[in-house]
Design a protein around this ligand. Sequence first.
Ligand SMILES: [Ca+2]
Ligand SMILES: [Ca+2]
Length: 232
Amino acid sequence: MRKAVVILLFFAMFLGIRSVAQAVVFLDDFSFFDTNKWDVKSGSVGTQIQIADADSDSDTELFLSRRNNIRARIHSKDRFSYGILEADIIPNGIYQKFGLGVNAGEWSGIDRGFYFDTLNAYYGGGTDTISWVVYNGSQYIHGSISGVLWNQWHHLAINWQPSTVTFIVDGNIKKEYSITYSGTLPIGIYNDRDGSYYVDDVRYNTPSVVPEPSSIFLTLFGLFGIVSGRKK
Ligand SMILES: [Ca+2]
Ligand SMILES: [Ca+2]
């Protein structure tokens, strides 16, 4: 009986942990432009901001391009803390951006930035590269990642944890940056120039976490209560 209780407790704790980990808290497949999810910061829907099917696979993407000299910029209405942000993108031009707190230094209420940006050659960007960018509250720090061919799909991920931010391209870690920040940030997607930029399947996953000691204790306490109740 005691063995069965122990197994039951571990099973319950495991379920508890599983329910906290890997929760998708934001998801957009851009089947349409959802104004409940995004604030337009620059440009207008239908002109600089469109929904299109770039690769003719009958699945639509977000398509951003500066037109009439007006930049295409959107921010998520929701803000996020530690977790993993992911998207698929087709970069094809300079100053195409995706991540958390994009261009943070320009916006009040956005104190940090962790994002990808194709930048331009002056900043170490250029054709077939993308850069990781960190805005630390006062300045931008960045580094280029070569071999990210433009005009084809890439999977980008940013893993924001309490003391590090990790930039991942096509499943490979490209940069781990040590920084602590406990605030919240919106997702930003920008195309500040005329090239085409496609983005799809944006998602935010909450981090893998272990339950706090108090919740483990409550789970144990509750189960002992149930077990002892059944004995009577
Ligand atoms: Ca899609
Ligand atoms: Ca498509």
